[in-house]
Write a protein that binds this ligand. Structure first.
Ligand SMILES: Cc1cc2nc3c(=O)[nH]c(=O)nc-3n(C[C@H](O)[C@H](O)[C@H](O)COP(=O)(O)OP(=O)(O)OC[C@H]3O[C@@H](n4cnc5c(N)ncnc54)[C@H](O)[C@@H]3O)c2cc1C
Length: 390
């Protein structure tokens, strides 16, 4: 079978169906074709015109409240927007401004911070990055050691952040920094600062990935002065601010459509290579399609519960684990479907479509690590849901 988003969400109510049709028509007519179905990611500067169009249409921040410039959309509407964009292979805007720091500023920012930062996030003129991970702190983020010391009206920042998506394109970083090294528990000594990356003392270095692009950067901070008014929330209250992020973004990063797109490609490539005639290949394809159907049903149920604020704690970790691992298995099948061509870094051209199985395989490696690894998600389920001992 060929997977379409309607296969996944066949029960839109009439209002949602009408919204889906409106989005489908507008996105199809307005998204620049050369941005669609790119084998490699689209860097933020190239994405800006598309971001601006979505902003002008009023659809850039569906999840933000209307009074903050958003759409005040339901979760189903948010998912419809995501599905209709991914249906034509359109790139989705990066989450760091719109999904991460934007909602945190709306929730915890001063009126001045809101006035200064929210408009640039909505228009896409200002690119943000997330400065949490450090060379010695990833999963155990609370161990972070980059320091911010208050000196009069400014913080003096020294330290090192890494794996910062879009760090080398970003204008601003929201960073977690240690402001009280003696605090017990350790998370009580962490503060969130909004840092202008053009400040003297900041050095940004891109990191090239196995896919051959530069998605990440690392940043060093040497005596960087950050005005106290750039503190988001309370001094030593950064952990609480960071933890206010809802799990909504997991609904797009873990969406079953990610695996559906890869299974469609695997079928297409298998027809081209002849692998489709191999019973062992067909068996693997069928097993993954069954898993995808089951996961889609769970996803739809979870989205419904989340929309009614009744989602259990386990929901976000399960979506992350199941969606990520299913996507990885689908990307492995795609590589196998291509036979010897699967190991090549070059695109395979089938009709008007270019497919790059190796790039998709590498792309999917990231989904079980970024924003909390699947092992850590399993720990969360074990401890907080099943109450198992540490
Ligand atoms: C695509 C992508 C985008 C990212 N973007 C950003 C970003 O924008 N900003 C940012 O700050 N960071 C970002 N990161 C970094 C990401 O948050 C970290 O990679 C992640 O938290 C894991 O940390 P680590 O790499 O230090 O691995 P480690 O924490 O060293 O973990 C190594 C391995 O050990 C396992 N492990 C660790 N602790 C446990 C445990 N207690 N129990 C079981 N297993 C464990 C992990 O699951 C993992 O497999 C990104 C990463 C990726 C892949």
């Amino acid at each position: 079978m060929t997977w379409d988003n309607t296969t996944l969400f066949s029960d839109d109510n009439p209002a949602d169906r009408a919204f889906r049709e409106e989005v489908r028509e507008w996105v199809g007519a307005n998204c620049p074709k050369d941005l669609c179905h790119r084998p490699l990611r689209v860097d933020p500067p190239e994405l800006k015109p598309w971001h601006r169009k979505l902003h002008e249409r009023g659809w850039i921040a569906p999840h933000w409240p209307k009074e903050a410039g958003g759409m005040g959309a339901t979760l189903t509407q948010q998912i419809i927007l995501f599905e209709e964009m991914s249906r034509i292979g359109a790139p989705t805007p990066y989450p760091h401004g719109l999904n991460f720091i934007g909602p945190l500023i709306i929730d915890a920012g001063t009126p001045e911070q809101k006035a200064k930062h929210l408009p640039g996030i909505l228009t896409g003129d200002i690119t943000w990055c997330q400065g949490y991970s450090e060379p010695g702190s990833g999963s155990d983020l609370v161990s972070l050691t980059s320091r911010a010391v208050l000196d009069g009206d400014t913080f003096v920042v020294n330290g090192h952040k890494t794996w910062t998506t879009n760090g080398h394109f970003a204008d601003w970083m929201f960073a977690l920094l240690r402001t009280d090294p003696a605090a017990k528990p350790r998370h009580a000594g962490i503060t969130m600062l909004l840092i202008d990356l053009k400040s003297p003392g900041v050095t940004v270095r891109p990191i090239e990935t196995i896919r051959g692009d530069s998605e990440f950067a690392e940043e060093t901070f040497v005596d960087v002065r950050v005005p106290k008014e750039n503190m988001l929330g309370e001094l030593n209250g950064g952990w609480a601010v960071a933890n206010k992020l809802l799990g909504s973004e997991r609904f797009t990063t873990g969406h079953p459509r990610n695996a559906a797109v890869l299974l469609n490609k695997a079928r297409q490539v298998a027809e081209y290579s002849g692998a489709i005639r191999d019973p062992a290949f067909l068996h693997r394809l069928a097993m993954l399609e069954i898993d995808l159907l089951a996961f889609s049903a769970f996803y739809r149920h979870a989205a419904n519960l989340h929309g009614h604020r009744k989602a259990p704690l386990s929901m976000a970790p399960v979506i992350k684990i199941a969606g990520g691992e299913l996507g990885q298995k689908a990307s492995e099948l795609l590589v196998d479907a291509a036979g010897p061509l699967g190991a090549s870094a070059d695109d395979i051209t089938i009709g008007n479509t270019a497919v790059n199985p190796a790039a998709d395989l590498f792309e999917m490696r990231r989904v079980t690590v970024g924003s909390g690894t699947v092992e850590i998600q399993r720990n969360i389920i074990a401890k907080r849901v099943l109450n198992l001992p540490s």
